[in-house]
Design a protein. Structure first.
Length: 232
């Protein structure tokens, strides 16, 4: 049994670096197209289907089964596509403050108006590029100065088109157990939106007193939650 970790928007697989040593099982952190090990992919061409296919490819390459699939933030709209591609390999889903808008809607339309304005200001020529100042306000409210600097050093460009692509949540209708990790100090995916996602998913809920990037600000706490879900 393994963990497979899917990062959110504006980051790559390296955002999980602090968390992985605290996990009770092997973990695979996936780079979605356009960053990290897949940096050669042009961001302007990336679709949600491409993101899901990257996760499928990494899981199948390592022939992983009984996977605990962990999706953070924007990965909430990639996870259901993965569930449709390889449902037989997924044992459990954990969504960490994950964006889950109504089926067929766009992520950009569902996020908090204040956050949406920051996001829209960060889009140039089809690329979503967060500023350190904007990201610090949304992502680092529960971090000390050194931890925040480390997190912000890992910011990555992302595809703006992903924010405007209609989402397909049909994978969540599969009979695969799911848990939502509700981050109570999150200033990015705020309380109201997390509660909407929880209601749509009808998932088990675990509260964690952290900001949006719990894997960096409180890796041991998040790992303890994941280990419990895993069964250790």
């Amino acid at each position: 049994m393994s963990f497979v970790l899917i990062h959110g928007a504006g980051f790559g697989a390296d955002c999980w670096g602090e968390l992985i040593p605290h996990l009770s099982a092997d973990a695979l952190a996936v780079d979605l197209p356009g960053r990290g090990t897949r940096a050669e992919v042009e961001l302007g061409t990336v679709t949600l289907a491409d993101c899901a296919d990257a996760v499928r490819e990494d899981i199948e390459t390592k022939d992983l089964r009984d996977v605990v699939l962990v999706g953070h933030s924007f990965a909430g709209v990639t996870v259901p596509l993965v569930l449709n591609l390889i449902p037989e390999r997924i044992r459990q889903v954990v969504l960490v403050s994950a964006v889950v808008p109504p089926d067929g809607s766009r992520v950009l339309d569902q996020i908090d108006p204040g956050v949406r304005e920051l996001v829209e200001q960060s889009i140039t020529a089809g690329v979503y590029q967060q500023t350190r100042e904007g990201a610090a306000a949304m992502l680092c409210n529960d971090m000390d100065e050194a931890t925040a600097a480390s997190a912000l050093d890992r910011l990555a460009d992302d595809s703006a088109a992903l924010l405007s692509e209609p989402v397909d949540l049909s994978g969540y209708r599969r009979d695969i157990p799911r848990t939502y990790v509700h981050l109570t100090r999150d200033q990015c995916y705020v309380e109201e939106l997390q509660q909407r996602s929880i209601a749509l998913l009808q998932a088990d809920v675990i509260d964690l007193d952290t900001g949006h990037m719990a894997m960096i600000s409180a890796p041991e706490k998040l790992a303890a939650v994941l280990n419990t879900v895993h069964g250790w």
